[in-house]
Design a protein around this ligand. Structure first.
Ligand code: PMP
Length: 406
C-alpha cells in the first residue's frame, strides 16, 4: 500500500492547529515527536478506567495493569527484535538508560586507567555520564573524531582501541548532523577485541527500525517521546548475559528478592533494574506508539522521510547564503544549517513567527559546534507526518529571513 502522508497527518491532532494565524509546520521531531490519537486515547483510557499500580496487588485492576505492562515489554521486544522480553528494561528515557548503565557498568567493570570510547558527535547524554564515570573511577575517555562532512573517522578506531578499552558507546544517527553511523562495522571491530558496544538509538528507531540481534550490539537505548510515544519512558535493551553480570543501578521497590538488614538479594532481570513504581502507563503508551508505527509500515515511513530529506537538502543547497552541516552520504531526517551573517537564534525567532517550529542552538551537542567553530545551528528535523509543502514553507521562511537581514 502506498504511504499516504495526508491520511497519517489526520491521526495527529496536535498538527491540526494554527499559530500566529498560520498552519503549524512542526519540524522539531528530533527534540520530541507528536503523538497519534491512538496513543493519547490509550493513556487517557488507562487513567480513566484501568489505573492501578503493577506487580503489587492481587486485585483485578492490578493484575490487569501488570498484564498490560508485561505485554508492552513484549511489544518492545518484537519491535527491536530482541531475543527475550526480559532483555527489555523500562527506564525514564535515553538519558536515564545511559546514566543507569554507566553507573552499573562502571561499578562492575571499570578500574583506574581503563578506557571508554565515544565519538565527537555524541549528544551530551552519551558524553557526560561516561565522563562522570571516568572521573569517579580514574578512567580515560577517548574520542572518535568526525570529518567536516559529518562522517565518522572510522579508520581511527583501530588506533583508539587498546588492551585497556572496556566499552564503546556511539550514537546510531546524529541528532545534529543526521549522519547514519556505520555501527555494524564498529560493533564488529569492537567484538573482535572483546569490547561491548552501547548504541544510542534516540534518533534511529523511529526512522530505520532496528534489529538488535542482527546488529549484535550489547546495549541499545532509546526514548519513548521521540518515537511518537509518551515522555518519561525509555528503553535499555541489554543482552541477557549482561543483565546477570551488572549490578542494579537503583534500589527499592520490587527489584529485590529478600530484604533484611544483613543482606538484600535481587530479583531476576528485568525487574532487578526497575526499582520503584515503574512508569507503567508510559510503557503501555509506548507500546501503543510502536503498534501504530508497525501498522503504518516502517519501510513506507522511511521511504517518505528519505524523499523529504533529499528534497529539503536539494532546496537548501540551492541557496547560496546557506551553510549546511552534515552531508554524509548515509544520512537521515535532519537538516542543520545557518544563514550567512545571521545568528541562528534571530533566524529561529523569525521562522517561528511564520508558524514553523524548528530548533536553534547546540542541540545538546556542544562538541559538534566546537568542531565547526560555531555557536549553534537551525535544525529542521523531519518526521513521518511532514510534507513537501512544509519544506517549501520552510524555504520561503528562510528566504524571508535573508531579505530582512540583507
Ligand atoms: N541521544 C540523542 C542522539 C538524542 O537526540 C537525545 C535527545 N535529543 C538524547 C540522547 C537524549 O534523549 P532524552 O532527552 O529523551 O533522554
Amino acid at each position: 500500500m502506498e504511504y499516504d502522508v495526508y491520511s497519517v497527518r489526520k491521526d495527529f491532532p496536535m498538527l491540526n492547529q494554527q499559530i500566529y494565524g498560520r498552519p503549524l509546520v512542526y519540524l522539531d521531531n528530533g527534540a520530541t515527536a507528536q503523538k497519534p490519537l491512538s496513543v493519547i486515547e490509550c493513556i487517557n483510557n488507562f487513567h480513566t478506567s484501568k489505573n492501578s499500580t503493577i506487580h503489587r496487588g492481587i486485585h483485578f485492576f492490578s493484575e490487569q495493569a501488570t498484564e498490560e505492562f508485561e505485554n508492552a515489554r513484549k511489544t518492545v521486544q518484537q519491535f527491536i527484535h530482541a531475543e527475550k522480553s526480559s532483555e527489555v528494561i523500562f527506564t525514564s528515557g535515553t538519558t536515564g538508560s545511559i546514566n543507569g548503565l554507566a553507573w552499573s557498568f562502571g561499578e562492575r567493570f571499570i578500574s583506574p586507567g581503563d578506557e571508554i570510547i565515544i565519538s565527537e558527535m555524541e549528544h551530551h547524554s552519551n558524553i557526560v555520564p561516561w565522563q562522570m564515570l571516568c572521573e569517579r573511577k580514574g578512567a580515560v575517555l577517548k574520542i572518535i573524531p568526525f570529518n567536516d562532512d559529518g562522517t565518522l573517522e572510522i579508520n581511527k578506531l583501530d588506533t583508539l582501541i587498546t588492551v585497556k578499552t572496556r566499552l564503546i558507546s556511539v550514537m546510531h544517527i546524529s541528532n545534529t548532523l543526521g549522519t547514519i553511523n556505520p555501527i555494524r562495522a564498529i560493533i564488529a571491530r569492537a567484538h573482535a577485541n572483546d569490547i561491548p558496544v552501547v548504541i544510542d538509538g534516540a534518533q534511529s528507531v523511529q526512522h530505520t527500525g532496528i534489529d538488535v540481534q542482527k546488529l549484535d550490539c550489547d546495549f541499545f537505548v532509546f526514548s519513548g517521546h521521540k518515537i511518537y510515544g509518551p515522555t518519561g519512558i525509555g528503553i535499555l535493551y541489554a543482552k541477557e548475559k549482561w543483565l546477570h553480570e551488572l549490578p542494579p543501578f537503583q534500589g527499592g521497590g520490587e527489584m529485590v528478592n529478600v530484604v533484611s538488614f544483613q543482606k538484600t538479594t535481587y530479583n531476576e532481570p528485568p525487574v532487578k533494574f526497575e526499582a520503584g513504581t515503574p512508569n507503567y502507563i508510559g510503557a503501555i503508551g509506548l507500546a501503543e506508539a510502536l503498534k501504530y508505527l508497525t501498522k503504518t509500515g516502517l519501510s513506507g515511513i522511511a521511504k517518505h522521510e528519505n524523499a523529504l530529506l533529499e528534497y529539503g537538502s536539494q532546496k537548501l543547497s540551492e541557496l547560496d547564503f546557506i551553510t549546511l552541516y552534515g552531508q554524509a552520504p548515509d544520512k537521515s531526517s535532519i537538516l542543520s544549517f545557518n544563514l550567512k551573517d545571521v545568528h541562528h537564534y534571530d533566524a529561529g525567532m523569525i521562522i517561528d513567527k511564520m508558524g514553523i517550529a524548528v530548533r536553534t542552538g547546540t542541540h545538546c551537542a556542544q562538541p559538534v559546534m566546537q568542531h565547526y567553530g560555531i555557536s549553534g545551528t537551525i535544525r529542521a528535523s523531519l518526521g513521518m507526518y511532514n510534507t513537501q509543502e512544509e519544506i517549501d514553507t520552510l524555504i520561503s521562511a528562510v528566504k524571508k529571513v535573508r531579505d530582512m537581514f540583507a
